[in-house]
Write a protein that binds this ligand. Structure first.
Ligand SMILES: CC(=O)N[C@@H](CCC[C@H](N)C(=O)O)C(=O)O
Length: 373
């Protein structure tokens, strides 16, 4: 029985066991145990690394709808104080993937019992937060065999009230690239800075200059964000640091601006090497393609949301990244935001989404799958 109570129980179980990308072994086990307890007549299960595909045969089976949920957590210590808080030190479902998985299990339970006209392929995808599971999952043999005609996914939106759902045709999420920069100079005694190449100073000035790329190199009618989330340097207060490491992320609304930002970062690095007499290496880590929503699918989805009696609003573009962008690049698709009303936002240690949004999401997902022509 899929209801508020059963969905809440699943969500709380999953919330306790967040795991990082491609380490989601307990999560995969939990999902498989749940799925294997559903009626099996209409479903076929296939695992892929730490993820899972589930194919649900439709009554008519003329079309296949893809529905993707992400399954990984974040490297963050939870501070909600909830009785079902994360049992994994320094790991938290602070991006709502526990909600996403629960909604998918709710919809899967309903379809396994009573299939839709169309086939549905559920993708429980690892590593959305990094290093990116969508692109390799898309290239897997199972995906090729069960290739969907359309695909969709969702994300919780803490700033929206429960009962409100938003999306938009066209560009929804940004292009992203991770950014890891290592500086190496010459450390030494803090009393003799002139005999050293101070990497605290080099990295600090580099970080400040990064913002000038956004302000002066990117077309203001386009948009870019460079955020540094972590900086590490030095050993003790009276030793000048030999090394520094800066970790961040780049977001742009077009692939062209992403190239410009990276070219400018390289130039800045060469200048910084000369002026600080140091060496700098740059690694761009995981890169995600922008999410572009299919106009026709969004229009059909809006109708479904309103027919179900919920509020549909047009979403603004967001600088958030989503590796679902790779799927929507290959297959007509879209994402939507689900209102979950939490004072703390995404990637915050006190994120506390309201669980009464769960049955609403299951209702909308199931109705969309059943009514799509
Ligand atoms: C929805 C969301 O929060 N997605 C993440 C995706 C992370 C991409 C990658 N690790 C990066 O930081 O560039 C986001 O931070 O937007």
């Amino acid at each position: 029985m899929v209801n508020q109570e059963s969905l809440q129980a699943i969500r709380r179980d999953l919330h306790r066991i967040p795991e990082l990308g491609f380490q989601e072994l307990k999560t995969q086990r939990y999902l498989l145990d749940y799925i294997r307890n559903l009626p099996q007549e209409n479903i076929t299960i296939s695992t892929w690394r730490t993820g899972i595909f589930v194919f649900v045969n439709g009554e008519k089976g003329s079309k296949t709808i893809g529905y993707r949920t992400d399954i990984d957590g974040l490297p963050l210590q939870e501070e909600t104080g909830l009785p079902f808080s994360s049992e994994h030190e320094g790991r938290m479902h602070a991006c709502g993937h526990d909600f996403h998985m629960t909604i998918a299990l709710g919809a899967l339970s309903k379809l396994a019992e009573q299939p839709a006209d169309h086939n549905v392929v559920f993708l429980f995808q690892p590593a959305e937060e990094g290093p990116g599971g969508a692109e390799p999952m898309l290239q897997s043999e199972t995906m090729k065999a069960w290739w969907p005609d359309v695909i969709f996914a969702h994300h919780i939106a803490p700033e929206l009230p429960v009962g409100t759902i938003t999306s938009k045709p066209g560009l929804l999420f940004a292009n992203t690239s991770e950014l890891f920069i290592d500086f190496e100079g010459t450390g030494g005694h803090a009393a003799y800075p002139h005999r050293t190449k101070d990497m605290v100073v080099a990295a600090s000035s580099f970080i400040v200059q990064l913002q000038q790329i956004v302000a002066r190199r990117v077309d203001p009618l386009d948009s870019a964000v460079i955020s540094v989330g972590k900086m590490e340097s030095g050993t003790v207060q009276n030793i000048i640091a030999q090394k520094a490491r800066v970790e961040g992320t780049i977001r742009t609304l077009s692939p062209a601006s992403m190239s410009i930002v990276k070219e400018e970062i390289e130039k800045l690095a060469r200048g910084c090497e000369i002026s600080n007499d140091c060496s700098i290496t740059i690694d761009y880590g995981a890169n995600y393609h922008q999410v572009t929503n299919d106009e026709g699918l969004v229009a059909s989805f809006k109708e479904v949301v309103e027919q179900c009696g919920y509020t549909y609003e047009e979403a603004p573009m967001a600088m958030t990244g989503e590796d679902f962008g790779y799927m929507a690049k290959e297959i007509p698709g879209f994402m939507f935001w689900l209102g979950v009303d939490s004072q703390a936002g995404l990637h915050q240690s006190k994120l506390d989404p309201k669980e009464d949004s769960l049955p609403i999401a299951v209702d909308v997902v199931e109705s969309f799958i059943r009514t799509l022509t």
